[in-house]
Write a protein that binds this ligand. Structure first.
Ligand SMILES: Nc1nc2c(ncn2[C@@H]2O[C@H](COP(=O)(O)OP(=O)(O)O)[C@@H](O)[C@H]2O)c(=O)[nH]1
Ligand SMILES: [Mg+2]
Ligand SMILES: [Zn+2]
Length: 208
């Protein structure tokens, strides 16, 4: 079966959406049972170094499930991620009475079948709420100005504050400290590439 590949650009889009909405985020790397070569460690370290809470989980061997369960408690939680990564399976494991529909990855399309078609809010215990979402692949940075995008790449902040222009988009402007930090490997190239791709999708002429 073909699994949805790990996609850091999708994660970075979710992070921008979360940061711009002031949502507390946890990055869950599920299906860790498939990573017998620990190939995910590089990515886990990258996000961990930025300051995000990254947890490894598996619904097959229960890795990380107690930790995830304790993070969910007394909060309203929304599960974001591509279709087929195991969101509904994780929720079922922790709260079996939910009995959410899950589905194997479809071989013909190489994509998860969109079993969950609407987002639903469940109160699983007093004061603990869960929202399971259908697989969202793309989140557009709606309502974000070009010059503000870097605020949501939180490790850019300290450098961005020192750029020559306060409206620097860290793309072409002279004396840009973010670009210099990328050159010096203080900011990861992957994160900067994600940033540039998102920057491209923001229309110049949106009036807020
Ligand atoms: N190997 C492995 N497969 C998993 C794991 N969690 C879920 N799956 C499988 O991944 C597929 C998609 O799961 P589902 O929960 O429907 O994903 P969702 O679309 O994100 O809700 C199903 O076939 C699950 O059995 C896991 O930890 N390891
Ligand atoms: Mg689902
Ligand atoms: Zn700059």
């Amino acid at each position: 079966m073909d699994e949805p590949p790990f996609n850091n650009r999708v994660i970075d889009r979710f992070i921008v959406a979360g940061e711009s909405s002031n949502i507390n985020m946890v990055i869950i790397i599920n299906k860790i049972d498939l990573d017998d070569m620990n190939k995910m460690d590089t990515w886990i370290n990258l996000y961990d170094n930025i300051g995000y809470n990254v947890i490894k989980t598996s619904t097959l061997n229960s890795t990380g499930l107690p930790e995830l369960a304790s993070l969910l408690k007394n909060k309203t939680n929304i599960f974001w991620g591509q279709s087929g990564v195991g969101k509904s399976s994780l929720l079922n494991k922790i709260y079996p009475h939910l009995n959410l529909e899950t589905s194997p990855i479809s071989n013909s399309t190489f994509k998860g079948v969109h079993t969950t078609v609407t987002s639903k809010l469940f109160e699983v215990e007093t004061d603990t709420f869960l929202i399971d979402t259908p697989g969202i692949r793309e989140i557009d940075p709606f309502g974000i100005k070009k010059e503000d995008l870097s605020h949501y790449f939180i490790e850019f902040k300290a450098y961005a504050a020192e750029c020559k222009f306060s409206t620097c988009t860290h793309h072409h402007e002279p004396d840009c400290k973010v670009r210099r930090a990328v050159e010096q490997s203080k900011i990861s190239k992957e994160r900067y590439d994600s940033y540039l791709r998102l920057l491209e999708t923001i229309e110049e002429d949106i009036i807020f």
